[in-house]
Design a binder for this molecule. Sequence first.
Ligand SMILES: Cc1ncc(C[n+]2csc(CCOP(=O)(O)OP(=O)(O)O)c2C)c(N)n1
Ligand code: SF4
Ligand SMILES: [Mg+2]
Length: 299
Amino acid sequence: MVNVLDIVEDEYIHPGTRMCAGCAMALIYRFALKALGPKTILTVPASCLTVLHGMQGFCTTKLSVLHTPFATTGAAASGIVSSLEEKGLADEICVVAFAGDGGTTDIGIQALSGAAERGTNFIYACYDNEAYMNTGVQRSGSTPLGAFTATTPGGKTRPKKNMPKILEAHGIPYVATANGSYIFDLYEKFQKARDIKGTKYIHILSACPPGWGYDPKDTIKIGRLATETGFWPLYEVFNGKFILSKPSKKHLDASNRKPIEEYLIAQKRFKDIKQQDIDNYNSFIEAQWNEIKRRLENQ
Ligand SMILES: Cc1ncc(C[n+]2csc(CCOP(=O)(O)OP(=O)(O)O)c2C)c(N)n1
Ligand code: SF4
Ligand SMILES: [Mg+2]
């Protein structure tokens, strides 16, 4: 795994963005751009990330960004790739779509699926803060079970959509999960994806203090708990091979996983969670890790 000495010193985001204090997405974006380097063109739909980029006439990144309507991120990326191919620049410049969970698991899924099916040569990164945060915390397909949002006042009654699995079913060469609290792991995954041909998908859990209801100073701790409890395992599927990432390896042994309650009670969005939902979390985590073990043994 990379360490702090491997991280490039160049910065691609100007200091002083309009993100909330403790926003994991700002950290994720900063390190993803460092890993990708200057020969990168981005496309981004409406989201907190558009707010990071700033109002018209300003841009907080030093890279080119095409802002695109919600449903079209995958199509916009495909257009940029085609144009670069036409100019003979496709091997030189990396095209990256960066979108929120609402823009990915719900509104953008059709264009993303189309681009993946065509094998478009780009990276699609979803930063997943588990709701439509920019418009005041409405539930998305990626909101987890029991979470309070403005549109799930009694807690969400459905589980989180498994987007990495959906992308894996497209047969693309690279799918990975990441977490803003494991920034070196994330950095390495973006560097790896940059050098693979075809569609690459990286789904990143992105803790959000106002949307999840915790103190901004706890962002790294809360994000870590998602992985330490076994709820959000870090892995890659590279050309069909399942690779468990270093921070998650020890969680193969259930006794090394923290109780899910530690993660849930630390966030106000779960304040009314029912025992039945906690039981459902435990069943889900157990089934998820049984599947991981099975995959590791059968390849
Ligand atoms: C077609 C369309 N519908 C709705 C909106 C309003 N809108 C802007 S950002 C946003 C939330 C996006 O949620 P997500 O993709 O999860 O990103 P986040 O805000 O959480 O970063 C919404 C609904 C819009 N800009 N365009
Ligand atoms: S609402 Fe959440 S995701 Fe959006 S800027 Fe604030 S902390 Fe970041
Ligand atoms: Mg979101």
